[in-house]
Design a protein around this ligand. Structure first.
Ligand code: FAD
Length: 147
């Protein structure tokens, strides 16, 4: 059963394609709750505004010298992390957790699949990676329903 603001839908299987940022925000409630390996696989990289500026300035200093800090009068950046439908740009696996993409892509309980750029091992971070993962998930559901 899928409950949403648009009503309730009954289905034996579901493909979840929201970003890992949306998954990590717990906007979507899963019953039963996602098992630990799936929760651990939902990783995103986040930086505050000031940390992001420091990060960039530190790199600019290496190239242009320490005087660059005084010359920067203002800064701006995109805010994909604040868009409630995105909550990030794309998924970044933490160091040593490259297996998280495989874990997220695993079929859960024979009925639920996650798909998107985050589950792609070869083309993560790209639109075509998301497309190919969605197509592969749909083919897996078709095979499951036909067997
Ligand atoms: C600034 C920027 C530039 C980029 N440039 C490129 C580029 O040049 N080339 C390229 O290949 N890729 C690019 N990408 C990456 C590409 O956009 C992503 O890899 C791709 O969109 C990921 O697709 P997805 O389906 O996994 O997730 P998304 O595109 O995030 O799709 C998830 C969907 O879930 C929906 N959703 C969210 N919350 C809910 C909810 N609670 N219930 C139901 N639905 C929900 C969203 O509205 C959205 O439609 C760029 C990304 C960014 C941020």
């Amino acid at each position: 059963m899928i409950r949403s603001s648009k009503g309730e839908f009954s289905s034996s299987t579901a493909i979840v394609t929201v970003s890992t940022g949306v998954l990590a925000s717990n906007q979507i409630e899963f019953e039963p709750a996602l098992p630990a390996p799936w929760r651990a696989a939902i990783e995103i990289e986040r930086m505050s505004e000031s940390d992001a500026l420091d990060f960039i300035l530190a790199r600019l200093e290496k190239v242009l010298g320490s005087g660059i800090r005084d010359r920067v009068v203002t800064s701006s950046r995109t805010r994909w992390g604040c868009d409630p439908h995105v909550l990030g740009s794309y998924a970044a696996a933490l160091p040593g957790r490259s297996d998280a993409r495989t874990q997220l892509a695993a079929t859960l309980g024979g009925r639920r699949l996650f798909a998107g750029e985050a589950t792609s091992k070869a083309h993560y971070g790209f639109a075509h990676g998301a497309y190919l993962e969605g197509k592969a998930a749909a083919e897996r559901v078709t095979a499951m329903l036909s067997s």
